[in-house]
Write a protein that binds this ligand. Structure first.
Ligand SMILES: [Fe+2]
Length: 294
């Protein structure tokens, strides 16, 4: 969601990651005005299907004890890992469960387009897959991150409703010039969220679940700070886009997440703007550190 838009003559404007001069990835020339496009499934090569399978199997092998049960149960909906899933087939199954669908996009998309799709219960999934040399780390989200990380929990009814509410809230935040504050909520929940369980903390954030190293780090390492979910605290907290997170926020349940985001954020944005920002990794004096899982 940290995006720079650049003008082009056809399709829609490409979007790049972060504030730097990275060229856009993905073909934006065939995208519709809402940034959706065709998945073009037949264009994936055998080598790409195989790379997807290797990514999938590496992550699936370490889910037990690190990912939350809801994710582990739902990941099977992605189907066999031998092939990159067809978005139309996945959408059919997803719609039956939670009335969500997945739609292809060329890559990163502008905030307004992103929020608009979420508000319509349409999750944008990048069409392209990373290169083999990006097996361990990739800057931009690719089809593996978007599918493996995000789509399973859209089969969970409460989380699915949270995502739609987030999209609707985003459209409103755009009008209130509060997108950066709301982006932090997405970052620390949808991308890098942890959840408390009777057996210790577990991961539910897509950025963690699709990362080879951060899954274990976020749940088991004593190094990062883990604190309880607090909406205003999250909106005040800066985050890192190029390293493991220094702070993770831990929810009690998806219901807690949904309920915390139900109120009108307008007065919350106002309150947050009057308070100092908090650097990633800092634990405030009145906060309780939550322990890593055994
Ligand atoms: Fe993501």
């Amino acid at each position: 969601m940290l995006a720079n838009e650049k003008a082009v003559n056809q399709g829609v404007a490409p979007v790049t990651y972060g504030q730097g001069d990275r060229p856009p990835r993905g073909d934006y020339s065939a995208a519709r005005a809402d940034y959706t496009c065709e998945q073009n499934w037949s264009a994936y090569t055998a080598a790409e299907h195989d790379l997807y399978r290797r990514l999938y199997e590496r992550q699936a092998a370490q889910l037990n004890g690190l990912a939350c049960d809801e994710f582990i149960e739902a990941v099977q909906h992605l189907g066999k890992p031998e092939r990159i899933p067809r978005f139309d087939e996945l959408s059919e199954a997803l719609y039956r469960h939670t009335r969500w669908e997945v739609v292809a996009v060329p890559g990163l998309i502008p905030e307004e387009a992103f929020f608009g799709l979420l508000a319509q219960r349409r999750f944008p999934v990048t069409g392209w897959l990373r290169k083999p040399e990006e097996f361990d780390y990739i800057v931009e989200p690719d089809v593996f991150h978007d599918l493996f990380g995000h789509v399973p929990l859209l089969f969970n009814p409460v989380f699915a409703d949270y995502m739609q509410a987030y999209g609707a809230g985003g459209l409103k935040a755009s009008r209130l010039d509060a997108c950066e504050l709301l982006a932090r909520l997405y970052w620390y929940t949808v991308e890098f969220g942890l959840i408390q369980t009777p057996r210790g903390v577990r991961a539910y954030g897509a950025g963690i679940l699709s990362s080879a190293g951060e899954l274990r780090h976020s749940v088991r390492s004593a190094e990062p700070s883990r604190v309880g979910f607090d909406l205003q605290r999250i909106m005040r907290t800066r985050y890192k886009i190029d390293s493991y997170q220094a702070t993770y926020f831990v929810i009690e349940s998806f219901q807690q997440l949904f309920e915390a985001t139900a109120p009108d954020f307008t007065p919350i944005y106002r309150a947050v703007r009057d308070l100092p920002e908090i650097e990633a990794g800092v634990v405030l004096p009145d906060e309780r550190r939550i322990a890593a899982a055994d």
